[in-house]
Design a protein around this ligand. Structure first.
Ligand SMILES: O=C(O)CCC(=O)C(=O)O
Ligand SMILES: [Fe+2]
Length: 327
């Protein structure tokens, strides 16, 4: 996919007002088509990326019973280790498929906002992350990466605001107590052929405002469903993150921006067996109570919003739980 769009965030941040508007218009174009692009010039230190990446790798390399010590305590609990075959993302789209061929470790917000007393929020998004006891140093490395993603997401949301012809900090109050989750994914080698319809990650859209992906360097498998109706590979871009918008951004923009269907396909069988793939996905999610309703700048005169407003937290909870419970 040689024409996969790449956006230089440092260029935007150094630019004056007029150039920002022009760069914002480029992002608006991309988000109207697929909402998938690579971000370079992001400023996230390589040590922070490597720190979390190699701790995650060391965790996935542990024996299964070690990893299970950090498992989510029940189906539908959002954090901790989710072992092989515990989720089918296509179920969030009403597709009944065999479970995805992956395992993941998931962590939530690093702190509970002072004074928050919403039971559902406390029991779901602010439920404690179940930390692994090994490898040493996992938690600080994870938290450093989580913080870097939270910061990067807030900067990208500023670009989005400009792209939508809104005040640059329009989104700031909607994401000042975000309920984002970080997920480390491991797609193991496949010694046994997948079942019919079974993928590494079934076709889905992401649920929130924006996802920041870090696919393994040189790996393939991630595909998006293009407006022309084809599945198309997304390449990992060296030194960049792949970002995509989620359902809440589509809702916010009255479908001016698309939350594109994507999936991770199985690798071709290889004689050397080296088909394992790792990735990080940071799911940026507006404040629990934030109402997401069509933005005024996305409504032409005489047009009415397509969707009823939703609240960020309960919306996310419903989507997440649809992927792990029996259909
Ligand atoms: O691993 C990847 O590259 C993508 C995973 C993904 O789309 C997801 O977990 O939502
Ligand atoms: Fe996704």
């Amino acid at each position: 996919m040689s024409d996969f769009p790449i956006f230089d965030l440092s260029r935007f941040e150094k630019a004056g007002h007029d150039e920002r508007v022009l760069l914002g218009a480029e992002v608006d174009d991309i988000c109207r088509q697929t909402g998938f692009l690579a971000i370079r010039g992001h400023g996230v230190p390589q040590e922070v990326i490597d720190g979390a990446w190699f701790k995650a790798r060391a965790f996935f390399d542990l024996p299964a019973d070690e990893k299970q010590k950090a498992r989510a305590p029940f189906a539908g609990y959002p954090y901790g280790y989710l072992g092989p075959e515990s989720e089918a993302l296509a179920k969030s789209k009403g597709q009944d498929t065999p479970p995805d061929l992956k395992e993941s470790f998931n962590g939530g917000p690093l702190a509970v906002p002072a004074g928050l007393d919403d039971r559902q929020a406390l029991d779901f998004c602010y439920a404690p992350t179940i930390w692994p006891t090994a490898p040493d140093g996992f938690r600080p490395a994870w938290e450093a990466y989580y913080r870097a993603m939270e910061d990067l997401a807030a900067r990208i949301m500023r670009v989005f605001a400009v792209a939508l012809k809104l005040d640059e900090d329009f989104f700031a109050p909607t994401i000042d107590k975000p309920i984002s989750a970080l997920r480390a994914l491991n797609y193991p080698q496949q010694p046994v052929p997948p079942k019919p319809g079974q993928l590494r990650a079934g076709a889905h859209t992401d649920y929130g405002s924006l996802t920041i992906l870090l696919p393994e360097a040189g790996s393939g498998g991630l595909e998006i469903f293009t407006p022309e109706g084809n599945w198309r590979a997304v390449p990992p871009v060296a030194g960049a993150f792949v970002i995509n918008i989620g359902d809440l951004m589509a809702l916010w923009t009255n479908d001016r921006w698309v939350s594109t269907l994507h999936r991770v396909v199985n690798p071709a069988p290889r004689a050397d067996g080296s088909t394992r793939r790792q990735s990080f996905a940071f799911f940026h999610q507006p404040n629990w109570h934030q109402e997401i309703a069509c933005l005024p700048s996305c409504l032409s005169p005489g047009e009415t919003p397509t969707y009823e407003p939703v609240r960020s937290g309960p919306y996310l909870m419903g989507k997440f739980q649809s992927t792990v419970k029996a259909a």
